[in-house]
Design a protein around this ligand. Sequence first.
Ligand code: DGT
Ligand code: MG
Ligand code: MG
Ligand code: MG
Length: 294
Amino acid sequence: MAGTKYAYVKNFELPDPLLPNTFIVLRVDGHAFHRFTDTHTFAKPNDERGLLLMDHAARAVMEEYKDIVLGFGESDEFSFLLRRSTSMYNRRESKILTTLVSHFTAFYIFYWSTYFPDTPLQYPPTFDGRLVLYPSQKEVKDYFAWRQADTHINNLYNTVFWALVQQGGQTTTEAHATLRGTISSQKHEILFTRFGVNYNALPSRYRKGSVLLREIDLGTEFVSHHSPLLENAHVAVNNSENTFPLDLVADSPGLGETNFRATKKRRKAVVQVLHDDIISDEFWEKRPMLLNGE
Ligand code: DGT
Ligand code: MG
Ligand code: MG
Ligand code: MG
């Protein structure tokens, strides 16, 4: 409709570019999930179905947007790191933010019934989102450490709190009072002595949250047909949740040139879900491309 007397209104739409060469971090967070999780009778303190659904929605977003190199999820939130030099949507802030939050929300609803087959949605869940720019690797590492430390603190508190209520017969007010002023070691102690729970033995998904990144997948077809060694390695990859060293493929015994080429074609980076320690330097040192990649 260019050229009409109305077209000038377009000039009021201001550009909103994000600073070049900075790390973009997006965090989406469930809107009023206190109520949403109550209404949909989520298990307390952790509902595995809900967390798996969050992981699935995040994975789907990352598969759609290759410039997201890392995701971290806990509770009703997910953080995403974009590659530093991304030119996605010309780095337009509102375009990136709204599109990604919208995708996340849509995927969450799209996959709802896969994880909650017996729980129809009572109303549509929604998510808010924010973008933060970080100038250096240090802030990015500290950002993710901050979120994972939050996971730990909240999960430890909530685990003891709900044990006191559900198994200890305390009211929620009493449980809050019991925990007031306690330090981490005392919470571990209460869990262990009163409820026989070893906190560190609880699922790492609950204790550490979910780390999503692209790691190399060998492709099961090749693996199962050619080498028991690689078959085991493959299983180990998926279980141990480690980076699969590409070199191992090339150096493995019994792999002819043809097979190697076939492997090369088939190996592709798929989004993996890990429950590893992201606070340690080791996590980043093992994956230098996350922060140093173009
Ligand atoms: P907001 O984010 O300001 O709109 O408000 P909320 O209510 O979403 O608050 P937030 O994001 O600080 O806290 C997340 C809420 O979601 C919190 O009340 C606990 C709940 N939630 C998250 N994951 C689970 C779960 O696995 N099980 C249960 N029962 N609740 C969960
Ligand atoms: Mg919030
Ligand atoms: Mg929330
Ligand atoms: Mg939250």
